[in-house]
Design a protein around this ligand. Structure first.
Ligand SMILES: [Mg+2]
Length: 271
């Protein structure tokens, strides 16, 4: 009886046994189950331990790449993540450097005003959750009645129409959510490149990225990867030919981490 996680781990190990693995992973829907509210999406103890075991190898580096604020996602993942990217890569940190995209500060006042407007204008819809990330604003309708949620999202988009037309802000579509962000050509693919460029000089082997993600925004990263990298889609959502493997959800991802650690350990013992 083969578990899909075991098959993926065996293949990744075989392809990358002589390379430094840069494991980049999304958080929500990939490491942690999607919860009714973003605050409730916590990492399970088993996935935390499995990720930490993998991060302990000298030839494995872990980074988390999320739409959440950087501090928020780093706190949720814990010390296993040596690199972190928040707001889809607009803010990043690693052991030797940090990055804060210049466009963030220019949208701060616009986001603050839209957060106030949206809170007032969307009061009619029960279950709407506005997540103010200071430089980005997300409208979640997971807890709203479905027929009202769609209308709330339409109104949310309409409120930002002037900023979207002026290309001050751009709109990202999430799972039962819309997000307003600075309209710059920056995404999780840029984050993956930024982190790789910092890991390469620190290690003595060629670096391959293993990227795990469950959402549309993760596809920007998948596109930025090369033949020596591995793309793992989580859940049924990312539909792209760029995916090498698919895992069902966070528990399967945890098991993949554990099996990959077993394989790396076996390889280490052989030599
Ligand atoms: Mg996700």
């Amino acid at each position: 009886m083969y578990n899909p996680s075991d098959i993926v781990a065996a293949d990744v190990h075989e392809r990358l046994s002589d390379r430094h693995v840069l494991l980049l992973t999304d958080y929500d829907g990939t490491l942690a189950d999607i919860a009714p509210t973003p605050a409730e999406a916590t990492l399970s103890e088993s996935v935390r331990l499995e990720l930490a075991a993998l991060a302990a190898f000298d030839d494995v580096t872990v980074g988390v790449v999320s739409g959440r604020r950087l501090d928020d996602v780093l706190e949720r993942v814990g010390p296993a993540a040596e690199y972190g990217a928040g707001l889809h890569g607009l803010e990043m940190v690693g052991p030797e450097s940090a990055f804060h995209h210049y466009a963030l500060d220019s949208v701060e006042s616009v986001i603050a005003r839209l957060a106030r407007d949206a809170a007032r204008e969307l009061q009619w819809c029960p279950g709407v959750l506005l997540e103010n990330k200071k430089y980005a604003l997300t409208c979640h309708v997971r807890l709203a009645p479905p027929e009202l949620g769609d209308r709330a999202l339409e109104e949310f988009e309409a409120l930002a129409e002037p900023q979207l037309e002026a290309r001050t802000l751009k709109l990202l579509t999430g799972k039962q959510a819309l997000e307003l962000l600075p309209a710059v050509d920056w995404h999780k693919g840029r984050a993956a490149e930024w982190i790789r460029a910092r890991v390469v000089p620190r290690v003595d082997r060629p670096v391959s990225i293993v990227y795990l993600g469950d959402d549309r925004t993760d596809e920007d990263a998948f596109t930025a990867l090369g033949d020596e990298d591995v793309v793992i889609g989580v859940g049924d959502r990312p539909h792209t030919h760029l995916i090498d493997w698919r895992l069902a959800g966070p528990p399967s991802v945890g098991r993949f981490f554990a099996r990959l650690a077993d394989y790396r350990r076996g390889a280490a013992e052989e030599t």
